[in-house]
Design a protein around this ligand. Structure first.
Ligand SMILES: C[S@@+](CC[C@H](N)C(=O)[O-])C[C@H]1O[C@@H](n2cnc3c(N)ncnc32)[C@H](O)[C@@H]1O
Length: 294
């Protein structure tokens, strides 16, 4: 692989992310979206985001033809409904927000939504929980998938603000289709000239989130190799450097599978903050790796 480490290089910005995020999801790429999408091929067919999560990359590209997929059913429920009936998603959020606003005990109101979700995982409850839970960090118990995060100390954004976001995101995904599926199935259906963006659960850092402990990177690498053989361009986000910029997580990447490797910084605003505090950048920036098969 021709390794090109561009920790602070300036790729050409081609796509702008939405003004603000719609869902809070750990490991989301919202702050890196501008930089990651700058490395897309100049032209491509359908854009597939096969570990969709909060959809930050798909919404940033806002493709003329796109597919978003994930194995987490409540998330896909939100995406599919946002596509077909955004007013319904707004209603889901407003109902729960108002319930909390009216309650004497806001924690109790939150716990009611959480209990409803845990009794039967679903998109409407999940949407509100991800915006109102502590630190926006949705955690699930490994044994039974129980959502365990307590109520956040912040006030969730009001429905008017949420509605504006929902409108913008709906507009950006209007040419996309959504499917509840394992990445393998979607990648197998990709056509030559398409792009597949992979942002799998990180084996090193996200073990307690969304079933990451069962994720096999080896299997994903085999599917990527098959896509490359079929003329499909694959972008893979993976653990970057941690803290010092020198520690690289060792991964079983087959020789010749990727043509380029980039280091993606976390976000301009964060860099600025570090600079303003007069602290050393390299010591604190957590970069992500982006591997390209082209
Ligand atoms: C790191 S997150 C993706 C974050 C996303 N790029 C964003 O900006 O929000 C990984 C996602 O992979 C999903 N996932 C885990 N195993 C999967 C599988 N086998 N097939 C498809 N999606 C899977 C999880 O539900 C989670 O949403």
């Amino acid at each position: 692989m021709a390794t090109r480490m561009e920790l602070f290089g300036e790729p050409r910005v081609r796509f702008k992310p939405p003004r603000s995020s719609l869902l809070k999801w750990i490991g989301n790429k919202y702050k890196m979206a501008e930089e990651i999408t700058a490395y897309l091929p100049e032209t491509f067919g359908t854009f597939h985001d096969v570990f969709l999560g909060s959809g930050s990359i798909l919404a940033t590209v806002s493709p003329a033809s796109g597919v978003g997929s994930d194995t987490f059913a409540p998330l896909m429920d939100i995406w599919m409904t946002l596509q077909s009936d955004p007013a319904e998603v707004k209603r889901w959020y407003a109902e729960r927000w108002e319930q909390m606003a009216r309650a004497r005990d806001r924690v109790k109101a939150y716990e009611q939504v959480k209990a409803s979700y845990n009794a039967k995982p679903n998109g409407p409850d999940f949407l509100f929980l991800c915006r109102s839970c502590y630190g926006g960090v949705v955690r699930f118990r490994k044994a039974d998938g129980y959502m365990s995060t307590r109520c956040g100390i912040h006030k969730p954004i009001p429905p008017q603000a949420f509605n504006k976001r929902a409108d913008e995101w709906h507009e950006r995904i209007r040419h996309c289709t959504f499917t509840l599926a394992d990445y393998t199935k979607v990648m197998e259906s990709a056509k030559p000239g398409d792009v597949v963006y992979c942002d799998p659960p990180y084996t090193h850092t996200q073990a307690i989130l969304y079933g990451a402990q069962d994720f096999s990177l080896k299997r994903l690498l085999r599917v990527i190799a098959d896509c490359k053989r079929r003329g499909i361009h694959v972008m893979l986000s993976i653990d970057g450097t941690k803290r010092s910029g020198n520690t690289i997580c060792h991964l079983p990447i087959p020789r010749g599978l990727f043509e380029r490797e980039m280091f993606i910084r976390v976000g301009r605003s964060m860099l600025k903050r570090f600079q303003m505090n007069g602290r050393s950048l390299e010591k604190h920036v957590v970069a992500d790796r982006l591997l390209l098969t082209y």
